[in-house]
Design a protein around this ligand. Structure first.
Ligand SMILES: [Mg+2]
Length: 170
């Protein structure tokens, strides 16, 4: 019988999806980390349908985190009560990167649109830059593995390995 410590360590390392991508490598995905402003909100309001998408990710077994400095109080007001997501206050690029490093960067996909997201893009196993209505910084775009025009597409790519492979294979 394995010790409790061993069992907990094993559970903690469970990954929800493993994908091998020819010419790119191998990724295990356990966590999905999303930026708030400009990524899942537009002008301070949640993008229509985003709650259903986050719920789908959670019900598929992914741990879903929303990171923000939350200067407008949107994180608390709109997302804190949603059981499918974890809300995390992170006010700087360094804080976002440090949080991703604390949950296992190699098993984490990060989605964002700004310079503040570049640190977590660099450290995570997979990074997706979304342009959308508020735009994306050119630097964030350059440091992402994948660029999309809507967060819905980013989530579809995570849910459908064939899309992920088709985009990244060489
Ligand atoms: Mg943003």
């Amino acid at each position: 019988m394995p010790s409790r410590r061993f069992w907990l360590a094993t559970v903690n390392r469970l990954v929800m999806k493993t994908v091998t991508i020819p010419g790119w490598g191998y990724i295990e995905i356990k966590n999905v980390v999303l930026d708030l402003n400009g990524t899942i909100t537009e002008s301070g309001e949640p993008i229509p349908g985003i709650l259903d998408y986050l719920q789908t990710l959670s019900s598929e077994g992914f741990e879903v985190y929303i990171l923000s400095g939350d200067t407008r109080g949107i994180l608390r007001e709109k997302f804190e009560h949603i059981s499918a997501v974890h809300t995390v206050t992170a006010e700087t690029a360094g804080a976002k990167k440090a949080f991703v490093e604390s949950i296992g960067p190699e098993v984490t996909v990060c989605i964002g649109n700004g310079n503040i997201d570049i640190g977590m893009f660099k450290t995570s196993g997979l990074s997706i830059c979304t342009i959308q209505a508020e735009g994306a910084s050119a630097n964030a775009l350059l440091h992402a593995d994948i660029v999309v025009t809507h967060v819905r597409q980013a989530i579809d790519i995570i849910l459908d390995s064939k899309k992920l492979i088709a985009t990244l294979r060489s």
